[in-house]
Design a protein around this ligand. Structure first.
Ligand SMILES: [Zn+2]
Length: 51
C-alpha cells in the first residue's frame, strides 16, 4: 500500500479540506445515522466526503 490515493473530504460550510477519515476531522456519533464527520473549523456536519 505504497501509493494509495487519498480521498479528500470537504466542508461545504467553510471550505475546510482534509483527507477523508483523517485525524483532522472530528467525529461524532449520531443516533440512527451512525458516525458523522464534523468540521473542526466551524463545527458543521455538512461535510462532503469523496475525492
Ligand atoms: Zn467547516
Amino acid at each position: 500500500m505504497a501509493s494509495e490515493q487519498t480521498a479528500r473530504s470537504r466542508c461545504l460550510n467553510c471550505g475546510f479540506e482534509a483527507p477523508s477519515g483523517g485525524s483532522q476531522w472530528d467525529r461524532i456519533d449520531v443516533p440512527r445515522l451512525g458516525e458523522m464527520t464534523r468540521c473542526p473549523e466551524c463545527g458543521s456536519t455538512n461535510v462532503m466526503s469523496g475525492r
